[in-house]
Ligand binder design. Structure first.
Ligand code: ZN
Length: 182
């Protein structure tokens, strides 16, 4: 049973990384993806969103299409700096305190969205991946993405997929229904 869960874990985590391929090189503004895997005491959360959500820069680009090639290098740098100001996954998700989950690792990455797709040229996806150790994972009864909805004005929906122990998870959250019962 354990190695089956591990295989599923790996496929879900790499699924988040390669979501661009799944989406055929585009992304939908307002839609974010979260992947959650709990195995023993280890909780992994991946959160992926269109990089435009990081600030006004993305909107500016839409208004000044002709400038985007010259500005691209600076913009990518600026986006990754903005992304790295999100230091913790707790900026996106809230866990019950009594589950005692502590972040042990957080990584950030930006992936260019389909270069040949002119409507998405210059667009990127941002990905935050966190590993947490939970002292009492049995208390992970619910999880709330209210912090993400508070942070991003343009966020409409979060598609959540995951595996908690041996239970698969698949739900769509909105601002008015931002919590997930586990
Ligand atoms: Zn975009």
């Amino acid at each position: 049973m354990r190695h089956i869960t591990t295989a599923l874990t790996i496929s879900l985590i790499s699924g988040a990384v390669f979501a661009e391929q799944r989406n055929a090189g585009s992304h939908v503004h307002g839609l974010n993806h979260a992947t959650i895997v709990l195995e023993g005491n280890r909780l992994q959360i991946a959160y992926e969103f269109p990089a435009e959500q990081l600030g006004e820069q993305g909107h500016e680009e839409h208004k000044h299409e002709e400038h985007k090639h010259e500005e691209h290098g600076d913009k990518a740098h600026e986006l990754s700096e903005k992304l790295e100001t999100i230091e913790s996954i707790f900026s996106m998700v809230r866990l019950p305190d009594n589950a005692q989950c502590k972040e042990t690792e957080v990584t950030h990455s930006l992936t260019q969205v389909g270069g040949s797709d002119t409507t998405h040229a210059g667009h990127s996806d941002a990905l935050i991946q966190a590993t947490l150790e939970c002292g009492a994972p049995e208390n992970l009864m619910n999880l709330s993405f209210a912090p993400a909805f508070d942070r991003f004005d343009d966020l409409e929906k979060i598609e959540v997929e995951g595996v908690i122990g041996n239970k698969a998870l698949s739900e769509t959250l909105t601002a008015t229904s931002s919590s997930l019962a586990l």
